[in-house]
Design a protein around this ligand. Structure first.
Ligand code: ADP
Ligand code: MG
Length: 294
């Protein structure tokens, strides 16, 4: 059952609060009276995710850090986007607000047409569980569980039925079908990250966010992980947003966004190493020396 087919049951008189019952749980979110559908004017309903005029400041007064300044960007389905920029330029903050892990100070964030900036905590948690996949630099696998148990854990916690055919095809395409009964400590770093990718992709979330997914891997394993993310976009039409310091890794993406001081300063479609390196130099950071994208 999707949100669209959930039964709408108004339980509050406030016209700006809409409540849905979904799988026995109540989801409430605010809608703007001027945009009752929850969509941005002029935005395509097909965008997997969008930021519109997003700003985020940490701290206050002299200590204030403006991590994001008026960032507007859309992520179309099936597109692989890499985010680059100097350390402290706002890359992780952008990923976190996109995934609803950080609240914004201004602007709007949409996931699959739902404005998450208006969601209450519980609705946000459910939406994150069902419509977002996460891949971290450090894999974040449960050490006591097998690879298979790790992959299906979010679905089981959410009492969602696991599509066994999808699981089988996913682990086959990731090359980990024969590793499913091993614990993380019995797997290489690249295999662990591919388990984490299978966990993120299972259930076909609207958006998969990856924060330096190849950062802890050797070049061969990193290349395998990038191929897996590339295939997720090309073959499964999933939408991937990846932060990376590696210009060659970023060139496996369909486009590269470059941040500087919390602002989007460059958007490169069909990136080449030359263009990305130049953009990074312009943004004040040299391209990383090591490459995982051979
Ligand atoms: P990047 O991922 O590009 O290195 P971040 O998004 O992590 O940058 O951080 C952007 C800026 O915001 C940095 O100056 C960082 O120190 C600051 N920042 C990030 N998270 C916090 C936080 N939770 N509290 C205070 N400052 C933060
Ligand atoms: Mg970061």
């Amino acid at each position: 059952m999707t949100y669209a087919t959930a039964v709408e049951r108004p339980v509050r008189p406030n016209p700006c609060i809409r409540t849905f019952w979904h799988m026995g749980q109540r989801l409430s979110f605010r809608t703007s009276p001027s945009r009752p559908s929850g969509r941005l004017p002029g935005s395509t309903s097909s965008a997997a995710a969008e930021l519109r005029g997003v700003s985020k400041t940490f701290g206050a007064g002299d200590q204030a850090v403006r991590a994001l300044r008026d960032v507007t960007i859309g992520f179309a389905p099936g597109v692989f986007t890499a985010i680059m920029g100097p350390s402290g330029s706002g890359k992780s903050t952008l990923l976190n607000v996109l995934a609803g892990l950080d609240r914004v100070d201004a602007g709007e964030v949409f996931i699959g047409g739902t404005e998450i900036t208006g969601l209450e905590d519980r609705g946000l948690t459910l939406l994150r569980r069902r419509r977002l996949g996460f891949v971290f630099q450090s894999f974040n696998l449960m050490p006591a569980l097998t690879a298979r148990e790790n992959i299906v854990l979010p679905s089981e916690l959410d009492r969602r039925r696991v599509d066994q055919d999808e699981l089988a095809s996913l682990v086959h395409s990731l090359g980990i079908a024969d590793r499913l009964h091993h614990r993380p400590s019995e797997l290489s770093g690249g295999q662990q990250q591919r388990v984490a990718i299978a966990r993120a992709l299972l259930g076909r979330p609207d958006l998969v966010v990856c924060d330096e997914p190849t950062g802890a891997l050797d070049s061969t394993s990193g290349a395998e992980v990038l191929s897996a993310l590339r295939a997720a976009c090309d073959e499964r039409r999933q939408t991937v947003v990846m932060v990376t310091h590696d210009a060659a890794a970023a060139c496996r993406a369909d486009r590269v966004l470059v941040l500087r001081d919390g602002r989007l300063v460059e958007e490169i479609d069909a990136p080449t190493l030359d263009r990305v390196t130049t953009a990074l130099n312009d943004a004040g950071t040299p391209a990383a020396a090591g490459s995982v994208a051979s």
